[in-house]
Every structure is written in C-alpha cells, then in structure tokens.
Design a binder for this molecule. Structure first.
Ligand code: AMP
Length: 512
C-alpha cells in the first residue's frame, strides 16, 4: 500500500485529464504529473536516497508541491512538510531531528542555503526542471512497494510547549483519512476541484489525497496564498471549488462576499464546500458565514496526530435549523468520524457519562504511529491504544462533541475552572467586536484572572465598561474579564491559530 498508487491509477484511467492548475492555467494532466513524479523518484533513488529516507519541503504553495509529495512516495521516501513561516534556525532544527537528506524549497521562503542537507533544490530553477523531467512512460516504473505501516508524512507540531515533535503518519493513516473524506465530509467527483489557499504543509495539502482518489482537479492559486478576490474569481472560472480553511480564512472569505454584495447563490458558483477546522469557530461567526455564503460548510476536528479525522459537523447538521438543539450543535465540533472512536475520559482514561467534561481521546486507523525518535512523548500521548489529544470537551446524548479548550488553556481563578472559549463566545456577541482571545494573567490574590484581548470591527468604539455590562447579563460574575486589552490584531501562526502563549507571555512580562 503506497499513496503513490493513487496517482499511478489516475495516470492510467484518466491520464489525459488536466489534474493540476496554477491559477487558471493548466499545469499537468494526471499522466504528466505521474511521469514527472516517477522521473523525480528515479533521480532521487539514483542519488542514493533509500526507502524511508526523509525529504523536506519548505515552500510556498506551488504545483510542484504535489509533484514532490508523490515523487517521494513513489520512491518510498518520507516527506517532511514544513510550515513556510518558520525561522531558518527552526527549520534547521527539524532537518537535524528528522535527519532529512534533501529539501525542496521556493526562494521566497528559503532565500539562503539551509545547513545539514545534502542538497537543496529550488523548485523554480533550471536544475529543478531537469530533476522533474517526465519519464517517457510508466511501464517498469511502479511505485515502491511500501507496507501500510511505513511512514509517509512526518509532520512537526507547532511546538508551543517546548521543541516540536515529529508526528509519524503512515500510508495506512493517510489512506484512511482520504477515504473518510467521502463518508463524513463530502462526496467528490472527477469534475470537482480543490483549491490550495491554506498552507499545503498542513491539512489543506493532505486533502490532495481524497481529491486524487476521486480524480478531481487540483488548483494552486497564482498568489500561492489566501486572497479572497482571487479565490472567488478562480471559482467562477474553473467551477465551484472545495477547500480547507481555518476559521480566520473563512472569516476573510465571508467579509469579501459581504463587501461585494454576493448572494449565497453567487457564492455557490465559486465554492462547493469549505471545510473548516484547526481552531475554534465561534457560534456568531459560523451563523454569519451560513447567512452570507449559504450551505457551503462542513466542520472537522482533528489534530496532527489524527489528521483531519476526529469528529465532523456535516452540512446537513449545520443547516438543520428546525432541530431544537441547532445552536448547541453549531457550537459543537459534530459527531465521531467513521474510522475512529472518541471517548471523553477522566485522568485514568475511563469514559465519562454524557455532559461531563474530560479529556478527548481518539482511537482508530488514522491515529499516528508515534512521535519520531521520542519514546517518552509517544508513551505520554498513546496509552492503551488511545490518543490523548490534550483537548477538553464533553459529549451530549446524541454524540455531539463540544470542545471546551486545550487543557493548557484552561484557566483557574479563585479555585474555579474557567473555559476561555465560553467567555470568547459571549464577547463575540457584543456589538463592534470582531475578534477576541481570552487568557489568564497571573494574580497574587486569585491565582489567575481573566484577561480579554479584543479587536474592534472597523470604526467601532468599544469600552471596557460596555463589554463588562454585556458579560454581566450573560455569564457568571467570576468568569468576566477583569481587564480588557484593545489590540488591532491577534498574534496567529501560519495555520490561523491564535498564539495564546504570546498573549500570556506579554501579560507575564507586564507583571514582571
Ligand atoms: P494541529 O495539530 O496543528 O492540527 O492542531 C490541532 C488542535 O487544533 C486540536 O487539538 C484542537 O485543539 C484544535 N482544533 C482542531 N480542529 C478544531 C475545531 N474544529 N474546533 C476547535 N479546535 C480545533
């Protein structure tokens, strides 16, 4: 079982169909993609790379991202897709930890040579054109016969609590993730297209797998990133697109649609499905997104350690307004996806009854093989076959999971647990609030006090007094922020997650 088989198969059954676009320009048919990837695979092998060796990608989104991924798998190699926003020193740490031999880069992301590599290839150079030259045919060039448990994708966690860890994802993990998309997220046909606006080093890039399984088209925006006007225009030209987006990207799409006066029908011509996840989607934000863009959305909850697969909130559930618990469901992350089990557990790993809050555990074929050369961290995360996600949540009687927070984001003030997400949801319903992040600040009397960082909507005047009154009407007094910090933006990582560690560090610094 090798993920490269997926491309080999499409090259035979749909070889002449355009598979990859750069903007609206055709880049490769399935056959060209397969022959280029097989060609690169052959040259990597000729250079001495052995099955299981690591090849790193440090690039902006680019059509050659797909060609490198499948070339590496074709040769039985392991890909290490790196967040394009990392500092070179962080990337060099990963190169060393993964013992990566080659790296494929774009010069905008990696203008200088990285240390620790045998070879660094700029995918836009003449050298690359040679390496990516298509083989004349594929007979006698079958993909390397990987075993299901061979590693395909070594994904480094963001490392907000210490050094990043390499999550080992196998061909079986990713094959299962791909098939699950059709059951729990969205059916895909060969006339569909996925657009890579969010980073391909993360979930968005992984969704290449189900789209290749279905023989659909792959569109890399010419800008290589998120430009809502470009994405709407691409969708209108190439047919409605599907994509994966963090909630912040969804927000930008919705802002654009609203500013342009697009109706939900206009949005339907540009987007088939927007899968969102990776960070909390607040109730107010998803209600507005549905109002503006219509039934375009599906939510997933997963993590690098069980990629894209944990729970899903389907289009049908998102649109089922007549359901008595519709709003609770919108604020949830949906129900368990097909190939896994989910348990909300106490510290001993025992299942808690519906309604009780505990840590979310996941078990099934998408769960990682472990952390790369890190048995201690692996033993901590994988216990008795269950992945301990570090997320805290509760299940309802119908099996919908509502996340409270990461266990490390939980705040304890005067002995009471406070879930920042709950306070954030309330503040987002106040007029004039665009974004908010709630964290704890050290406090000699209370242990921690609640602090809200607030971004106002354009031209809105916000005051701490008004926001406090808003909270007083809606949540227990002890959960109210003791302090408001008005900011123009929140610090976020490349994947759109708010960096609460930075906000906490800022408060700690002020206290010191
Ligand atoms: P990563 O491993 O970078 O994909 O981050 C995974 C983490 O993002 C999870 O453990 C959750 O804390 C968070 N996350 C993922 N999906 C969702 C979601 N749909 N809603 C809220 N948080 C999410």
């Amino acid at each position: 079982m090798n993920l490269a088989q997926l491309l080999w198969r499409q090259a035979r059954v749909a070889g002449d169909r355009i598979a990859i676009f750069e903007g609206t320009q055709p880049w490769a048919t399935h056959a060209q993609w397969a022959r280029r990837s097989a060609g690169l695979a052959q040259r990597l092998q000729a250079a001495g790379l052995q099955p299981g060796d690591r090849v790193l990608l440090f690039m902006r989104n680019h059509p050659r991202y797909l060609e490198v991924l499948w070339a590496a798998w074709w040769a039985g190699l392991v890909v290490v897709p790196v967040n394009a926003k990392l500092h070179p020193a962080e990337v060099e740490w990963i190169i060393d930890n993964a013992q990566a031999r080659w790296a494929f880069v774009t010069v905008d992301i990696a203008p200088h040579p990285l240390t620790g590599l045998e070879r660094q290839v700029d995918v836009e150079s003449p050298e690359a054109d040679e390496l990516f030259t298509a083989l004349p045919g594929l007979s006698n060039h079958e993909p390397w016969p990987c075993r299901p448990d061979d590693i395909a994708w070594l994904f480094y966690t963001s490392g907000t609590t210490g050094r990043p860890k390499g999550v080992m994802l196998t061909h079986r993990n990713l094959m299962t993730m791909g098939l699950t998309y059709f059951v729990d997220v969205d059916p895909v046909s060969s006339s569909d297209a996925i657009v890579y606006a969010a980073p391909m080093s993360h979930g968005c890039g992984l969704y290449a797998i189900p789209h290749l399984m279905a023989g659909a088209r792959h569109v890399v925006p010419a800008s290589g990133g998120v430009d809502p006007a470009e994405l709407f225009a691409l969708g209108q030209t190439l047919g409605p697109l599907s994509t994966f987006a963090a909630p912040t990207i969804v927000k930008r799409l919705v802002d654009h649609a609203e500013a342009q006066g697009f109706s939900p029908d206009d949005c339907a011509t540009a987007f088939k499905t927007v899968v969102y996840g990776g960070a909390p989607m607040y109730l107010e934000d998803i209600r507005r997104a549905l109002r503006v863009m219509g039934p375009r959305f599906v939510q997933i909850y997963g993590q690098g350690e069980t990629p894209m697969v944990g729970t899903a909130l389907s289009r049908a559930h998102l649109m089922d307004e007549s359901h008595p618990r519709h709003l609770q469901r919108l604020a949830s992350v949906g129900v368990t996806q097909t190939p896994v089990e989910i348990r909300v557990a106490n510290e001993r790993g025992e299942a808690l009854p519906a309604g009780e809050i505990g840590e979310v555990l996941v078990r099934g074929d998408t769960v990682m093989a472990g952390y790369w050369r890190n048995p201690d961290a692996t033993a901590q995360a994988l216990r008795d076959g269950w992945l301990w996600t570090g997320d805290v949540g509760c299940l309802d009687d119908d099996g919908f999971l509502t996340l409270k927070d990461r266990s490390k984001d939980l705040l304890i003030s005067g002995g009471s647990n406070i879930y920042p997400r709950e306070v954030e949801e309330v503040l987002l319903t106040a007029a004039g609030v665009s974004e908010v992040a709630v964290v704890g600040a050290p406090d000699p009397e209370w242990g921690e006090v609640v602090v809200a960082f607030v971004v106002a909507k354009a031209s809105a005047a916000l005051s701490a007094v008004d926001l406090d009154a808003h909270c007083l009407e809606r949540i227990a007094r002890f959960k109210r922020p003791k302090r408001y910090v008005f900011v123009t933006e929140l610090p976020k990582n490349h994947y759109g997650k708010v960096l609460k560690t930075e906000l906490r560090a800022r408060l700690k610094g002020e206290a010191a």
